[in-house]
Design a protein around this ligand. Sequence first.
Ligand code: HGY
Ligand code: MN
Ligand code: MN
Length: 408
Amino acid sequence: MRLLSRIASLADISPITGGGNCRLALTPEDGHGRDLVVGWMRELDLDVSIDVVGNIIGTWSCASGSPVMTGSHIDTVRTGGRFDGNYGVLAGLEVIQSLKDAGITPSRPLAVGIFTNEEGARFAPDMLGSLVYVGGMSVEEALDVVAIDGARFADELQNIGYNGPNPCPGPTPHAFVELHIEQGPVLESIGYRLGTVTGVQGISWQELTISGQSNHAGTTPMSMRKDPAYVAGRIMVFLRDLATRYGAPQVCTVGKIDLVPNLVNVVPSTATMTVDIRNTDEATLQRAETELSDFLALISGEENVSISTRTLARFEPVIFDERVVGIIDNVCASFDVPAHRLPSGAGHDAQMFARVCPTAMIFVPSIKGISHNPAELTDDVDLTLGADVLLHTMLRLASTTFTTASKS
Ligand code: HGY
Ligand code: MN
Ligand code: MN
């Protein structure tokens, strides 16, 4: 059916082995994906607006007032799956097309957003586009961000032709709801087909630069070494031990490490690595950050290296609006399919909209809990069920009056 075939069509843009995609933010591949989805928005006669950081909002202006907005992202990590982000955007278009086909006109406009650089894999922080949209980061700061490959955000945005005219912060929606695959093992492990997402865990991203002394691998006694690669290894072990000591939901990841000169017979001069630490509890997340900082001071002294740190992203845990969470629960119940309440382990654009309007998310299961991997997979019946829940949730939100701004 249309939604599944559109997911497949979008997956044909910059495919990788195994059925996934590589469409890093603001690359030509990202631009081609945007062109395809904007084409579908125009076929739907949506008002398409593009803002100064490339966020695309397609609006069905069928009524007055601020819109109920859904949306997500279509940029991917380098080894991305075909559902992460893409599913939420295309399900939003499917909601509008289905309502139009059925001759049903909601009492508010409906909007679908494609937010720039949600992944943060090329430009940090992640969720950059939605963060700027809600006023959490200045446009100037965003445009000057430099990618891991040295490219400048503003130049890359211009190169793909999505440096739009609309200002940020953008107009505040009446409410925001994002449909996404869980990307983890929870729903599948307890046999649930739907998840009502209660919030998003806190995210702490740092880049560590460890400076030692390059030297000959054969002639330099171990006692003389200032070896940043060894220190990087000790940091990785420290982080794994910390996560084990803290227990779930604490997670720590070193996803990227670069050695200079990166040669078989040279003790490296520098190691540059990323650290991704997350927890649902802010105080615990801060405790983990402090423990890491203390360890860096200790190991740099022991190994006679210097370590500098740079914050790439730092977002506190987010609790979604109980009124929206409740509506999603009720819609799921109306389908006679129970929904499990859970926080999101992954970051999402919804966590930024929670700052400005009533917001929550809907999850469908990820088979074997795999994501950020071409093997990412969700059953077709769950994909379509999720889109049905999104449609009815958006209709209910359109007819809901929120007396206070937000309630978590
Ligand atoms: O990092 C994240 O959680 C998301 O994929 N940007
Ligand atoms: Mn995503
Ligand atoms: Mn992702």
